[in-house]
Structure formats: structure tokens, C-alpha cells
Design a protein around this ligand. Structure first.
Ligand code: SAH
Ligand code: MG
Length: 189
């Protein structure tokens, strides 16, 4: 699809942190194999991952939350271009201020990296039985490569705490997948 390539180029030139190819391939297989067709995403950016997930099957429905106005506009444009307005719901606002009543098969956490624990805690109640929460970028590779500033060190500590938090959960079993920028896959027991 031409649009996919266009979005990849846009992301590259505008420094939009879209999902890495290897992580996307893994995620697509996970969704396909388990028929995780009802998906919630935290952090749409330009809707690159949302569109890729929606293209897996006509049965896939993605609800995706984004707070940044420029991203929202670009995401809206891309979803329209992909003719996926019926199957991708773009919710505009801060995820922490959004209350959802629906239940999802898969929740993809890809918002602010320092907030993963809060995203997880806030939305785990929206997970169906046998559902899964996938956290992207848990290896923070892109970040560590760029800088060793105070801020990024804090973020590394935060992410380490998040991983420990996941390991300590009694109602979830978490698997850490070391591909691309890392995935944490937390399944409801
Ligand atoms: N999932 C996208 C990439 C998302 S990048 C893809 O792979 O194609 C992370 C996005 O999350 C950014 O656009 C940022 O604005 C958004 N974000 C971060 N924290 C958020 C929050 N609390 N609520 C809503 N959006 C958030
Ligand atoms: Mg990501």
C-alpha cells in the first residue's frame, strides 16, 4: 500500500516514533494467530500502527487515543486516506482523562514512556478475559543511543520499575520479547 510507505517516510522526516518493523511484524502475527480483533491503543501518533493493525482483517476494530493536535490531524487524514474511518476510532485527548466502558482483546501501550505503569493500571479493567496488554519500546534502545542525559536516565529507571511492576503482578503473566525495541506481553491469568 502506497500510504504505508508515505507514512514511513513522513515519520522518518518528522521524527515521529512509529513502531519498528520487527515489532510490527510480531504484533501482527500475535493479533492474527489469536484473533485479537478488538484493540485499544494508547498513543496513535500518525495512526501508522493503528492502520497496520486494522489492515490485518475486516474484523479488526481499533480504538486509538492521541493527545497531540498535530498528530491527531495527521492521524485523521491518514485514516481517511486508508478508508478505515469505520474501523478505527480516533479519540482525541489525554488517555488519563478518557473513560472507556468497552472491553478489548488487546491493549497496545505506546504513549509517554514514563507513564506506562499508569496506563497499565488505568486500562487493565478494559481487558477481556484471556486478553493481552502489549507494551512497546520497553528496551528504550532508540533513547539510549541518542543521549545519556539526566532525563533519559530517569526514563531508564522508570522503565526498569515498570518491568519489575509487571513481573510482580499476580493476575498477569508477562513475557519479555527481545526484538526490535522490545515488547512486554502481559496475559491475564
Ligand atoms: N503507536 C504509534 C506511535 C505512537 S508515538 C505507531 O507506532 O505508529 C507516541 C504517541 O503517544 C505520541 O504521539 C504522543 O503524543 C502520544 N501520547 C503520549 N502520552 C499520551 C497520553 N497520555 N494520552 C494520549 N496520547 C499520548
Ligand atoms: Mg512505540
Amino acid at each position: 500500500m502506497e500510504l504505508i510507505k508515505e507514512m514511513e517516510d513522513y515519520a522518518l522526516h518528522n521524527h515521529v516514533p512509529i513502531i519498528r518493523k520487527s515489532n510490527l511484524d510480531y504484533l501482527i502475527n500475535l493479533i492474527r494467530e489469536n484473533k485479537y480483533y478488538n484493540i485499544l491503543e494508547i498513543g496513535s501518533a500518525i495512526a501508522y500502527s493503528a492502520i497496520n493493525m486494522a489492515l490485518i482483517s475486516e474484523e479488526v476494530r481499533v480504538t486509538t487515543i492521541e493527545r497531540n493536535t498535530d498528530m491527531i490531524n495527521k492521524a485523521k487524514e491518514n485514516i481517511e486516506k486508508a478508508r478505515l474511518t469505520e474501523r478505527i476510532i480516533l479519540i482525541k485527548g489525554d488517555a488519563f482523562e478518557i473513560e472507556l466502558n468497552d472491553k478489548y482483546d488487546l491493549i497496545f501501550i505506546d504513549g509517554a514512556k514514563a507513564q506506562y505503569k499508569r496506563f497499565f493500571s488505568k486500562f487493565k479493567g478494559n481487558l477481556k478475559d484471556r486478553g493481552v496488554i502489549v507494551s512497546d519500546n520497553v528496551n528504550l534502545l532508540d533513547l539510549q543511543r541518542i543521549t545519556n542525559s539526566k532525563r533519559s536516565k530517569r526514563l531508564v529507571t522508570k522503565m526498569d520499575e515498570y518491568k519489575e511492576f509487571l513481573k510482580g503482578l499476580e493476575d498477569f503473566e508477562t513475557e519479555f520479547i527481545d526484538i526490535g525495541d522490545g515488547f512486554a506481553i502481559s496475559k491475564l491469568k
